[in-house]
Each structure stands twice: as structure tokens, then as C-alpha cells.
Ligand binder design. Sequence first.
Ligand code: GLN
Length: 195
Amino acid sequence: MTTIGVLALQGDVREHEAALARVGVNTLRVRRLAELDAVDGLVIPGGESTTIDKLLRIFDLFDPLKARLDDGLPVLGTCAGMIMLATDIIGAIEGQRSLGAIDMTVRRNAFGRQVDSSEVGLTWLPDGSAMHATFIRAPWVESYGDEVEVLAIDEAHGGQVVAVRQGNAIATSFHSEISGDDRVHALLAEIVAAR
Ligand code: GLN
């Protein structure tokens, strides 16, 4: 049986564990190298990307995680996790780093103060079905490379790209772990199983 880790340095770890359990996979909290080595896939939760970045370095996990991602470790990043997976960040703080698993530029806190937090109806492009999504101080994808597949667009806010996939890496602007809609976690589990 496969195990999907949840990076547990900061952010909404428990909600991701619950979503992963609902799609039928084992979970493991990842805080150290031995735990990272033990997982077949990883979730980087929402929270605060500047803090997650700092803690990854303090816990000596930044480079090992980057190496596993470069090697194709299946990964899902939500919100701050999306920022962590980007190659470039608009609105980063001085010295903020990201892991570069998806060839995209994300804009932090992109929806502005008026829409700090919102519930939006999206179309999940892989099957054209409706999806209900929760955004909290979310980033959006400002631009992306040829290898990137767009998974969801936010028509309510001017057609912004809010979910993408490149190879084994998925990123969503929204918190797919708190809406009760487990299709994004199911996609991660499918990618892990196929590998
Ligand atoms: N604004 C946060 C950041 O830049 C992300 C917010 C979230 O993950 N809910 O990291």
C-alpha cells in the first residue's frame, strides 16, 4: 500500500490527512528526512509560504525535497503549497525561495483584500464538471510554460488560472482539502498508484 506524506512544518495538515484518508491512502507527517524518504507522494499544505520556506531550510529538508521533486515525486501543493511549487513568485519577500516543480509564475495574495477569502464555483477541466472551491489569501498563476496543463480557471475573477499540473506535480490556488470535494486528492493518489 502506498503512503502519501503531508509536509507538517506549518499549515492545515489535519485537513489534508482527512482528505487523503477519504481517498483511501495511508498518510505520514513529514518533518524529517527519514519521513520524506518513506513516502511515495507528498502534499504541501496551505499556510504561509514564507514560513514553510524558512522551516524547510531550518529542518534541512529544502534540498532533499527539491531533489525528490526533480526525480518525479508526486506532489500536490495547495495555496501556500502552490507558491512553494512555482519556479517564480511575484510578491515574494526578500530571499523567499520556492522548489520549482512546476514551470509557472504565481502571484501571492493575488485576489486582493476584498476577496481575502471566498467560495467560488469552478469548472474542473479534466472532466468538465463543476467544482466548489475555497480561496484564502490565495495566489493565482500569472503565467506558465508549455509543459503545464491547466486544470481549473476561475471565471468569476476574470478567468485566472487556479489549478495546474506538470508531470507528477499538481498545484491549486484553493484549499481542495476543506471543501469536502476530494477529486484533487484522488488525482494525486492516482498519479502515485500509476508510478
Ligand atoms: N498568502 C499565503 C502565502 O503567501 C498563502 C495563504 C494560504 O495558504 N491560505 O503563503
